[in-house]
Design a protein around this ligand. Sequence first.
Ligand SMILES: [Zn+2]
Ligand SMILES: [Zn+2]
Length: 284
Amino acid sequence: MKVRFWGVRGSIPVPGASTQKWGGNSSCVEVSHGDHVLVLDCGTGARALGQDLFTRGGRELDLLFTHFHMDHVFGFPFFGPIYAPGFKVRVTAPGFSEEECRQKLARFVNGLYHPVRMREIPCELSFHPLMPGRAVKRGIFNVQGIRLNHPGGSVGYRVSVGEQSMLYITDTAPLAREGEGVMADKPPSSSEARLLKLMENADVVVFDTMFSYNEYLEKMTWGHAYPEYARRLCELSGARHLVLFHHAPDADDEALDALAASWAGNTAPTVTLAQEGGSVDLEG
Ligand SMILES: [Zn+2]
Ligand SMILES: [Zn+2]
């Protein structure tokens, strides 16, 4: 299994000279196993992924959305495979019905916010609601969702094939109140306990660490976490590799270099930063 980062930013894409190294596109992560592809979120990074997919053999893929904030969906109408009649794209999103999932995306792929309407998309496009907590199969991938702590809601995913597993936990604030839960050395809150169970022995955990701890204290209701929180959850669950993700738009290359350096010595888990164009290979 391979995890590739096509967009690593949160909130808004920030292209330009000061973000060239770590990348300016918003959230889009590819999980692949051989020719099988599963895409997590469709931020602006999805455009380059779409182009890359045309150079490969597969003509079928799964697309999973955590939620519908712009930084996670804006790349969808620019994702090339949806315009290729031979492509089969299965969209999974939190929701109760197929129609609800379709409608949530169709609201902006409607001829007004984008020139193309959802019903005009030529690929074989299908929609699949996902209830957090229930394990489902998407192609060869085992997928399980979990409810996170974010304004309007967000769903994190565990994706596994055989013994290999990765988690995609964005966008979320800590799942316990300040002074409670694992960061206060107290028993985990019920939602922390659920997440810890899902993270158990994971190979890779991609986690929203948009804030520093101090920023989190100032913006607790914004729905984003900080590195020490993600690290603590990895320690407790035995997850081996933490990838810091959903970088703040203001975090330029210099700031992210400093963040990477400050975590370089951490073991159990290893801590690295998501970099656009970068990847983590679980096969070796
Ligand atoms: Zn976001
Ligand atoms: Zn969000």
